[in-house]
Design a protein. Structure first.
Length: 295
C-alpha cells in the first residue's frame, strides 16, 4: 500500500544489514568475538546482494539470524529444553515461509553456533553433546515436517480428496529415487560448481586463520578434549550433503539457489578453525577452569 517493489527490496536490504551488524556488535562485546570471522565468511559466501534482492531467498536468512541471535542472547539462561523449543520453532517457521530454497541452513548454522557458544560444557560432556545434537536436529525436523505436512491433513479432511497420497507421490518424484533422473554425483557437481570462486575466497580465509593461529601458537595449548567438540562441529558441517542426498532431483534442477546449503559447511569449517583461539588463547598458556577442574 505504501511502497513499490523496488522500495520493498531496499527495505529488505536495510533490515538484513541491520541484523548482520547487530549480531556482529553483540559478538564483539563478548569472549565469543572470534566467531565473527566464521559468521562473516558464511555471510559473504551466501552472496549478500542476492539475498537482499530476492524475497524468495530472504526467509531462510531471517529465520537463521533470528535463531542465532536468540541462542546467543539467552545462551546462559536457555536450558536444553528451551533450545529444543528454539529449533522446533525454527523448523516450523522455515516450513511456513520458505519455498524449499536452502531450508537446512536454519538448522545447521544455529546448531554449530550452539556448540561453539557452549564449547567448554560440550568438551567436558561428550555423550550429552551428541545426544543434544540428535535432539535439536529431531526437534527441527518435527517442526519442519509437521508444519509442512499439516496442510495435507487439513486439505484431505476438508476436501475429501487424498491429498496425502498426492503429496507423497510428489516427494518421491522430486527426491529422484524413483525416476533416477539425476545421480547424487550430478547434484554435488552442480551445487559445488556454482560457488567455485567463493570456495577459493573462503580457502584464503581459512589459510589466514591458520597463519594467525600459527603466529600466536606459543600462547595456545590445544587440549585433546577439544577434539570431540571439533568432531561434532565438522559432523554438522556435513548436513548439506545429507540434504542433497535426500533431495537429489530438486537440488540438481535448482542448484542455482540450493548451493546456499553449503553455507553450513563454510560456517562449520571456519568455526572449527578459530575455536582453539576462543577456547584456549585468552589466558596465555590456555589454562581455564571448568567446574573447578583445570581445562
Amino acid at each position: 500500500m505504501l511502497f513499490n517493489y523496488s522500495d520493498i527490496l531496499q527495505i529488505n536490504m536495510i533490515l538484513q544489514l541491520l541484523l548482520v551488524f547487530g549480531f556482529v556488535t553483540l559478538l564483539a562485546g563478548t569472549e565469543e568475538r572470534v566467531y565473527i570471522v566464521p559468521f562473516l565468511g558464511m555471510y559473504v559466501f551466501l552472496c549478500p546482494v542476492s539475498l537482499a534482492g530476492s524475497l524468495q531467498y530472504s526467509p531462510c536468512f531471517y529465520i537463521m539470524m533470528s535463531t542465532l541471535t536468540a541462542l546467543f542472547i539467552w545462551r546462559g539462561r536457555l536450558t536444553d529444553t528451551g533450545k529444543n523449543i528454539q529449533f522446533l520453532l525454527a523448523g516450523v517457521l522455515t516450513a511456513y515461509f520458505d519455498f524449499l530454497t536452502y531450508p537446512f541452513i536454519t538448522l545447521g548454522v544455529p546448531l554449530i553456533a550452539c556448540l561453539a557458544f557452549d564449547l567448554r560444557r560440550w568438551s567436558a560432556d561428550r555423550k550429552h553433546m551428541w545426544k543434544n545434537i540428535l535432539l535439536y536436529t529431531v526437534s527441527w525436523g518435527i517442526g519442519y515436517v509437521g508444519m509442512w505436512s499439516s496442510k495435507w491433513v487439513i486439505a484431505s479432511v476438508f476436501t475429501g480428496e487424498n491429498i496425502i497420497y498426492d503429496a507423497f507421490g510428489a516427494i518421491a518424484y522430486r527426491s529422484g529415487y524413483f525416476t533416477e533422473k539425476h545421480s547424487y554425483y550430478d547434484t554435488l557437481k552442480l551445487n559445488l560448481g556454482v560457488c567455485n570462486w567463493k570456495v577459493i575466497l573462503l580457502a584464503l580465509i581459512c589459510v589466514s586463520v591458520c597463519v594467525a593461529t600459527f603466529r600466536i601458537k606459543k600462547h595456545i595449548r590445544i587440549e585433546r578434549r577439544l577434539f570431540s567438540a571439533l568432531g561434532a562441529i565438522l559432523f554438522v558441517s556435513l548436513y548439506p550433503f545429507f540434504w542433497y542426498l535426500f533431495t537429489k532431483d530438486h537440488s540438481c534442477c535448482h542448484s542455482y539457489f540450493t548451493w546456499r546449503e553449503l553455507g553450513i559447511s563454510v560456517f562449520g569449517v571456519l568455526t572449527a578453525g578459530v575455536m582453539g583461539i576462543r577456547a584456549f588463547g585468552e589466558k596465555g598458556a590456555g589454562q581455564q577452569r571448568y567446574n573447578g577442574k583445570l581445562f
